[in-house]
Ligand binder design. Structure first.
Ligand SMILES: [Zn+2]
Ligand SMILES: [Zn+2]
Length: 284
């Protein structure tokens, strides 16, 4: 039996407040169940007094070299931070696998947004220009806040594995297309993935949707998963997308996701339509 861990939640809550919206590693649990349970209880401050009052912290669990990590961020009093992305896309160098020099190819890879070692958020892409063999190339560099460095070979392998899972599911689809309006293709893929992988989580579903190019569906699933802070399976994600497609098709409240009105002072104001949940940049 590993020694019982006593995560220092008071200290973590304090560090997260100081990091103002930045993710902080709260604890690493030996079992996935306890990690998931902590990640669900932190936003509700349920048996977690350090995170009082409810709704001031967000949390997620992710795989860590030593178990299941729980990451926390403080969001109270800040502009609402963007939900965690369902996937990360980077341009990287692919130099092939043979020992001899084959030159360089730039490929865009879609991978998990979490560091594979500790589950911390991967860094944002920063374009980097370099010169080789008389040509200029642009790739992305990124620095993970956790300090772990991603190697190009590692992300290339991860991207290939994910792409293969999505491709194999797409291959078994056959003729059974789901009826889900604009999300029909995404939902069809989700159902094929569910059939192949038991216990597929919504988080993993969102990643695989992004890998298959269904970015809008992936973002909406991730947003919904975050706002319900908890248990959402691939099946729930599937039903959520069916409902969202129907809501969008029948919505008469908004103009392409925006509800525009004129405020009392004469200014025009646009608000995001909560039924349609499109990505919009509100301009007030
Ligand atoms: Zn890391
Ligand atoms: Zn609408």
């Amino acid at each position: 039996m590993p020694a019982p861990i006593t995560p220092k939640h008071r200290e973590v809550a304090q560090r997260a407040r100081e990091a103002r919206g930045g993710w902080v590693l709260a604890a690493v649990y030996p079992s996935a169940d306890s990690g998931q349970s902590a990640a669900r209880r932190i936003p509700r401050a349920e048996r977690m007094p350090a995170y009082h009052p409810p709704g001031t912290y967000e949390a997620y669990d992710a795989r860590h070299d030593d178990g299941t990590a729980v990451w926390v961020r403080y969001t109270a009093g800040l502009p609402k931070p963007a939900p965690r992305p369902p996937a990360a896309t980077y341009r990287v160098c692919d130099r092939g696998t043979s020992r001899s020099y084959e030159g360089v190819r730039i490929v865009a890879v879609t991978v998990s947004p979490d560091c594979p070692r500790c589950g911390g958020p991967r860094g944002s892409a920063v374009p980097y220009r370099f010169h080789e063999d008389g040509e200029w190339y642009v790739v992305d560099k990124w620095k993970n806040g956790c300090g772990h460095t991603d190697m190009y070979d590692g992300v290339l392998t991860e991207a290939r594995e994910l792409a293969q899972i999505a491709a194999e599911a797409a291959f078994t689809l056959g003729e059974e297309a789901a009826e889900a309006g604009e999300f029909s293709q995404a939902v069809t893929l989700l159902r094929a993935l569910e059939r192949k992988q038991r216990f597929l989580t919504a988080r993993r579903s969102a990643l695989l949707l992004a890998v298959a190019g269904h970015n809008e569906a992936a973002r909406r699933v991730e947003e919904e998963r975050t706002s319900t802070s908890g248990r959402m399976s691939a099946r729930d994600a599937d039903q959520f997308l069916v409902g969202l497609a129907a809501a969008r098709a029948s919505c008469t409240d908004c103009d392409d996701g925006l509800i525009n009105y004129r405020a009392r002072d004469g200014e025009f104001v646009s608000l995001r339509c909560r039924r349609c949940r499109r990505d919009v940049v509100p301009h007030a």
